[in-house]
Write a protein that binds this ligand. Sequence first.
Ligand SMILES: [Mg+2]
Ligand SMILES: [Zn+2]
Length: 185
Amino acid sequence: MEKIEKEKAIILDRDGTLIEDKNYAYKIEDFELLPGVIEGLKLLQNEFLFFIVTNQSGIGRGYYTVKDFHKFNNLLIETLKEQNIIITKTYFCPHLKEDKCDCRKPKTKFIDMINEEFIIDLNESFVIGDHPSDIEFGINAGCKTIFLTTGHGYKHLDDLKSLGIKPTIISDNFFGVAKEILKFL
Ligand SMILES: [Mg+2]
Ligand SMILES: [Zn+2]
């Protein structure tokens, strides 16, 4: 029987993980990559496909439009592309928590979609985020998880404990995380 080679993926939260989370990131003038992101992604790009999965309730709240979201997100994608870093695909949930949609993290719909399209080895893949729901999302999908104390992460550290959510790694630095991930290969 022929063995199907599965891809490994890094599923990235966006705001507070790749870029500064300036309380709903959508304004072009607010765009700012976080330290170590370029260097970290470069370290990982030969081994992993990169995806962004982001909750964007600011759309549901009417703070900005889907068009604003794409314009801002494309700036990130293009900035990374200039560094030869490819984000394979971005998935976003525009809903509010109260909408009880099926795509807002920690629900795994977007990982399921990624897995259908790209055939991912979920156990060997990583979810990186700065919110407890990112970690729950990764655990729910069977991935390894990394909690960053950048963005909102630091203020949510206690929530992780009280909710009993255990990330594989906790770190304050994206480049450090990338080096840790390589040790799992
Ligand atoms: Mg975030
Ligand atoms: Zn949704």
